[in-house]
Write a protein that binds this ligand. Sequence first.
Ligand SMILES: [Zn+2]
Length: 220
Amino acid sequence: MEFTPEYLEPLPTADRWSGGGGPRPSAPWVVVRDAGGRRAAGGGDGGVAVLFDRDAVLIEDIAYNGDPGRVYPRPGARRAVGELRELGVRLGVLTEQPGIARGVLTRRRVEIVQHRIEELFGPFDAWALCPHGPAERCGCRAPAPGLVLAATRALRVRPARTTVIGGTAAGLVAAAEAGAHGLLVPTAVTRPGEISAAGHRRAADLGGAVRLVVAGGSVR
Ligand SMILES: [Zn+2]
């Protein structure tokens, strides 16, 4: 599979998430593919989208991994992605990679891992990546909404017709701040408090999350 991403112009981030003085952090990195004429589910206004957290939701979370040989899909993840793709849902991936800011990961290594993920899962319509560390106070790290907004803009879908499937409470907050729906799929490191705070906005696994998205009525 050839991987030919198209890099978009930097997207603006919300001022209130950018902190006070000092240099403004750069925007998230966004890759978007043309839908290739594929009909999006949900009608003529850009359709319906699902955005997945990359680490701990789609693939096992291995800190600072730049090795495509260590990309392991989470149980049920490939099936869940395949089912949504079949339904015509636009698919995006969100990922925070602070290892780039720390100098232990390069953009090239992240792209190689991304390529491997698409070999395993098939192509995603958009990727939105935060390359910043916490100290940069960027607008894209959850709970800020920047990554979610960057992905919805790239996909030209309305946040209200977008569901973010993540493994942390911060991801749910980011989705809500962006005006999108959030679903928590607990991972090994999700805290009990995060799970209870998610209320009904959670599923036991990715298969359950897909059923909730479909049952939500936005996919027909
Ligand atoms: Zn960022």
